[in-house]
Design a protein around this ligand. Sequence first.
Ligand SMILES: [Zn+2]
Length: 499
Amino acid sequence: MRRGLRARHVLAYSSELTAGEPGAARPAGGHVMLTDAEVVVEDSRIVAVGPRGAEPVDDVIELGNVLLLPGLVDLDALSDIDHTILDSWQSRELGLGLQWSRDYATHRRRAVFDAGERAFIREYSFVQLLLHGVTTAMPIASEVHSDWAETFDDAVAMAEAARRLGLRVYVGPAYRSGVNVVDADGTRSIYWNEELGEAGFDGAAEFLDWAAGQDSDLVHGALLPCRIETLSEDLMRRTAELASETGVLVRLHALQGLLERRFILERFGASPLAVLARTGLLGPNLLIPHGIYLDAHPLVDADTDDDLGTLAASGAAIVHCPLTSGRHASALNTFDRYRRAGVRIALGTDSFPPDLLRGIDIGVTIAKVLTHRLDAATYADYLTAATLGGADALGRSDLGRLAAGATADLVAFRLDDPRDGVLDDPVRTLCMNSTARAADFVMVAGRITVRDGVIPGVDLPAMTRRAQALFDRMRAAYSERDYLRRPAEELFPPSFPAR
Ligand SMILES: [Zn+2]
């Protein structure tokens, strides 16, 4: 069946556009805006994009006054109940209490949730992603409430939830050979357990085989070790080897903070980027959330100034998560410098809310603040990162674009909410005056997953109640991990005193 999706504004793709930046290693082609246009979909593919009625169709869906975009690609995608609401605003002293104590890591580790509850949380977060217009996701969960990291079964549950709901995922169990801890005297260090790292890696390798046997474009295996400072050099090397044998992507959090840099320098005598290079990880199949603390970053104490060039030349992509990074007091320095240097840039949400439009707006705003320039970053460049940038990082020339032959991943954001005010350029209006909650219609590989803002068959109120109960338990459990064993009320004081 050929289905016509008609919309007031359609962000179509033209292969004739080039980025126009000398030396920039960006993919040729780019987005163009069509007015009163139609996207024709047959099975899982887009067969035409152009004026309404230009192509014969069997069925028309009139989306109305919306901006129809390629589905958003989120490569550090929320797959948890919220944790940023708990861990992004404390003083340093309270913040230490949110880490595992060494005592907890050594003697009292336990999973706060059982396997069924973990599977529910992943499904709950995937529902959230779809409702915010994300069609392709590489999940990231907090491991703080796990007994170490993730298992083969966790990843299978994620893959099955994604397939049930109609979300494309690049997934695998997170693994690590160490965990950030707080020692009894309040200093930060890493607790190592190589055996658990090995077991996690074995589960990840097993999952790649399982995913390869699925024969579904909604499920792709990937290697998703946790954070660079929590991996042994051996585990990094084995990850790089397995990735090159199997051709899968690796995502590794790195260049994320100053503490990470210090730990890596102490352990390896080299910078995080140099360690990525020497273990064989740094290359076109590597995705790096968050890629911020390079040698030229103002807070990094280094005599070199070539990290940005090294990163660009390697072909690795960074996964930029402006909202979550900003909430943790970090910012890319700057989006435009990375872009002009030719670094591949994808976007991620990383935590709640999984709202890439808010992420884009805060990213543009922070770039302006850092440079004191109004043109420091454009909504167009950011939206390109959220679509074509993500697709490019995945090596998928059929995603992130509305063009004949592309996979039919689309999202329509409403532009007729009176609270949006007046309408100007649809991209600026959407990014500046609305949020991703305006997602009204989502299609993934030709399947309608969200219609009129609702996922058919999903009981959202029941999910919300269960998520709240699990969140309350998760919040209470911080106390047992705190090196001072402070009660949750002390770790999470309310905004105002209760009376
Ligand atoms: Zn992250």
